[in-house]
Design a protein around this ligand. Structure first.
Ligand code: ATP
Ligand code: MG
Ligand code: MG
Ligand code: MG
Length: 477
């Protein structure tokens, strides 16, 4: 099955079970002070779960673009190094708002995975919440008994509160969850060591693919749990991981979701993917990061020096540096991936193809601007480490302030050389600069944030203002 067919099969499976197919919400969140980016399929339904809004449909399904690069879920450091955490990924989901509960959710998940996708039953493991005496939480034996009708008991594993009990926040809806994991190790290894010890243990070949959350409690301010009057189901399956399992690959990047882009990068760099771990990681990072950057811009957030805009600028600069150092791209290249992506997502998330040339232009501008200081910054860094055994705060600040190196990029450079960065010293230098430039101008229009902090290297130039106007026009149409 192609990735396209796999996505369609998911949506039509649940459509046939009376689910309403809804569009993905934007990845940029504008109206929730607790969240910068959509990081799970359930985000757009939060008000329903909190009882603040009635559901329009009691059964819903979709594929949601999610970003996990900040806050509670931050996978950025893993991306490219491992082969199954992305910055931007699709989360396939099905929901019941006060309608069906555990039985249907479990039966249908199993039916879809084993009968439609034909995944090998001997490679599937499921987990259920083991309970937590201290917290007064019971084992989810209901889920255990339901799974028992499908899988051998030695494939049902007990999971702790961290992995198997979901809470929206300090208060609010919560409940046990049941995860589904897929073991992709070769037969001999699988026979020698069972998956039990590897599930949720960061084994790159035994990966979590689906999480079924059963919201049955409401946590009160006192910490006590009460039963919810209406119980809900919230599921999330990593699309790229599912595709990998179905296509029998050992890396998400070998599936048809990423392979064409990796191939394009490899050809342009004149380096084979698979030739060397360092260049492989760089290609994976590029093919991943461009997705996060493109969709964030398409959803209305431009790179900037503030909040969500800075998160995306950091991701892009990280990609530029990987391209520059490991793949030999000394001139802008990453923007050329935008048309490929736009085509790939046509009919799934049309936001990108509709704004393709605009997004590409913004990425190009960003590349040009960072490449201007990157060469000298790296040179400065090389000279510095020839004489030092650690990166002090003032130097990290110089890289940040003069060469536009986000602190996590400096951290990455330092790690590659086995050096530490004095983070406290950096924060201190940053604070001092902030105090010096109190007169910073901040224009926050709600739709995007443009910041000029009085320093030339921080100035968000004319092009961005122009670009921002374009987005505004776009939204009004
Ligand atoms: P993991 O333990 O692998 O980090 P998770 O438990 O944090 O995953 P959930 O919050 O349960 O993930 O999200 C539901 C599903 O989304 C996961 O089962 C997984 O398939 C997928 N997923 C989560 N994070 C990522 C990511 N960074 N990239 C790709 N898929 C992801
Ligand atoms: Mg995670
Ligand atoms: Mg997990
Ligand atoms: Mg999970």
């Amino acid at each position: 099955m192609t990735s396209k067919e796999i996505r369609e099969a998911f949506l039509s499976f649940f459509k046939n079970k009376s689910h309403h197919v809804v569009p993905s919400a934007p990845v940029v969140v504008k109206n929730d002070p607790t969240l910068m980016f959509t990081n799970a399929g359930m985000n757009q339904f939060k008000e329903i779960f909190l009882g603040e809004a009635p559901p329009r449909y009691s059964r819903v399904t979709d594929t949601q673009r999610c970003l996990r690069v900040s806050g509670k879920h931050n996978d950025l450091e893993e991306v490219g190094i491992d082969t199954y955490h992305h910055t931007l990924f699709e989360m396939l989901g099905n929901w019941s708002f006060g309608d069906y509960f555990k039985k249907e959710a479990i039966d249908w998940a199993w039916e879809l995975l084993t009968e439609v996708y034909k995944l090998d039953k001997d490679r599937l493991y499921v987990t259920i919440f083991e309970g937590d005496e201290k917290e007064g939480l019971e084992r989810d034996s209901e889920a255990y008994d339901l799974w028992k009708t499908h899988v051998a008991e030695d494939r049902i594993l007990l999971g702790n509160k961290k992995d198997n009990f979901w809470e929206m926040g300090e208060t609010g809806p919560c409940g046990p969850c049941s995860e589904i994991h897929y073991d992709m190790r070769p037969d001999e290894e699988r026979k020698a060591v069972r998956g039990q010890d590897l599930v949720n243990a960061d084994d790159p070949q035994v990966i979590e693919i689906w999480n079924l959350v059963f919201m049955q409690f409401n946590r009160l301010k006192s910490g006590e749990l009460e039963q919810l009057p209406a119980r809900h189901v919230d599921t999330g399956m990593g699309f790229e991981r599912l595709v990998r399992a179905i296509q029998g690959k050992t890396s998400n990047y070998d599936t048809d979701v990423f392979h064409p882009i990796i191939q394009f990068i490899a050809e342009r760099a004149g380096i084979n993917y698979g030739a060397d771990e360092k260049t492989d990681i760089a290609m994976r990072v590029l093919s991943d990061h461009i997705r996060a950057v493109s969709f964030t811009i398409a959803d209305g957030q431009l790179p900037s020096n503030n909040k969500a805009g800075y998160v995306i600028r950091r991701i892009l600069r990280r990609a530029v540096r990987y391209a520059y150092t490991f793949l030999g791209f000394k001139t802008p290249f990453i923007n050329e991936l935008v048309p490929l992506l736009a085509k790939q997502f046509e009919g799934v998330f049309n936001e990108l193809i509709q704004q393709q040339s605009f997004v590409q232009k913004v990425v190009l501008e960003e590349e040009i601007s960072f490449l201007r200081t990157l060469t000298t910054g790296i040179q400065r860094f090389e000279n510095y480490i020839a004489e030092h055994t650690a990166i002090d705060g003032d130097f990290a600040f110089e890289l940040f302030d003069t060469y536009g190196f986000p602190i996590d990029l400096t951290g990455l450079l330092a790690r590659e050389k086995g050096l530490d960065v004095d983070m406290d010293g950096f924060q201190h230098a940053l604070q001092q600069q902030k105090e010096r430039s109190r007169a910073a101008t901040i224009i926050d229009t709600g739709d995007w944030v443009t910041v000029s902090e009085g320093d030339e290297t921080d100035f968000v130039g004319y092009d961005y203002l122009k670009a921002a106007t374009q987005i505004l026009k776009y939204r009004k149409v």
